[in-house]
Ligand binder design. Structure first.
Ligand code: MG
Length: 362
């Protein structure tokens, strides 16, 4: 038997490992939503999602009051059915971040059990393409950092053999962004990827103007230039520039990705497994993107996403932002600029449950 016997949720606050700012927000703390599911054949799966500072308690309430009780007695292998069941129960509050984060915590716990039962790692159970995936750095590109800091961070990433670095943009003037980016490009030369990210801070007109000002910097992508619900603005921007437009971290359903891909509004997809509702919808978006000949470079959560990028043929990059080191027993392995998806059965995240308990707030 594989019936679910218990399902619990907890909230664990993690301090940010470094100050992280962008053009619209700061990463205050990681509210980590943990779900643990056990089955009557003795398996326990741990799933998780997160916020960057607010809303975590709302997710926990939704899980405890409405979603986790639904799971008891169900076959843990029926992940699609259980995902749809939980989605339909909360239908009046979808599409939305709170619901998606709750679904993701359940879904990732069920995938953990699926992989444990198969005695295989996630990257193979989810597809099995190539367990070594290129890494780019975000941790040294925050908006508050000086130009000297940006240059030093980019050079360090290049010297480590990593493929690229992401620099936040959205300074009050485009000229300031250009000067910061030009200093980085001059330091690293060609052949090293520079991504830029405006975190939705620009108007359509300003994004087109800045993309033109960035045109000789050989940028790898222009991320979240506009508010995520402005699909038409992204279409106009994409038609105006040769810089690939990247979106996805602020999208919460597979249908939103369909709209962007159908309309040619983005050419890099950054699906976040927590915000899309788990591994189940993440894989659907990745496969849909493959049909549009578009690569997937997921947002944040590198400890989980390394295995998903390794699972699919159109996984291009993993984003380096370490945030679980205080509550895990090992770190992600990076060799020659490539992160290696864990080969241990399950999601591949070796949680330190004592450290989690110490930081538990709800
Ligand atoms: Mg971003």
């Amino acid at each position: 038997m594989t019936r679910i016997t218990t399902a619990t949720a907890s909230l664990v606050d993690l301090e940010v490992e470094t100050v992280r700012t962008d053009a619209t927000q700061s990463f205050v703390k990681q509210e980590t939503i943990l779900v643990r599911i056990t089955t009557d054949d003795g398996l326990t799966g741990t799933g998780y999602s997160y916020t960057i500072g607010t809303g975590g308690r709302s997710v926990i309430a939704l899980l405890r009051e409405s979603l986790l009780p639904l799971l008891i007695g169900s076959d843990s292998r029926d992940i699609e059915r259980l995902w749809r069941l939980a989605h339909n129960v909360t239908h009046a509050t979808t599409v939305g971040a709170i619901t998606s984060l709750a679904l993701a915590a359940i879904d990732t716990a069920l995938w953990d059990i699926r992989c444990l039962r198969a005695d295989q790692p996630l990257w193979q159970v989810a597809g099995g393409y190539n367990n070594a995936v290129p890494v780019y750095d975000t941790e040294n590109g925050w908006l508050h950092l000086s130009t000297d800091d940006l240059v030093a961070g980019a050079v360090a990433a290049q010297e480590r053999g990593w493929g690229g670095t992401k620099i936040k943009v959205g300074k009050p003037t485009g000229q300031e962004d250009v000067e910061r980016l030009r200093a980085v490009r001059d330091a690293v030369g060609r052949g090293f990827d520079i991504m830029v990210d405006a975190n939705q801070a620009l108007t359509g007109a300003e994004a087109i103007r800045r993309a033109a000002a960035f045109s000789d910097l050989d940028l790898f992508w222009f991320e979240e230039p506009l508010p995520a619900d402005d699909v038409s603005g992204h279409v106009r921007l994409a038609q105006s520039t040769s810089i690939p437009v990247a979106v996805g971290e602020s999208m919460y359903s597979i249908g939103q990705f369909r709209d962007y891909l159908q309309r040619g509004a983005a050419s890099v997809i950054q699906t976040d497994a927590a915000r899309i509702g788990g591994i189940t919808p993440w894989l659907k978006v990745a496969h849909m993107a493959e049909a549009f000949n578009v690569d997937v470079c997921p947002h944040f959560l590198m400890e989980l996403h390394v295995s998903l990028v390794a699972a699919v043929p159109n996984g291009r990059y993993v984003e380096y932002i370490p945030q679980l080191r205080a509550v895990t027993n090992d770190e992600i392995t990076i060799v020659d600029g490539h992160a290696h998806a864990p080969n241990t059965p399950g999601l591949g995240i070796d949680w330190n449950h004592d450290a989690l308990d110490d930081r538990r707030v709800v």
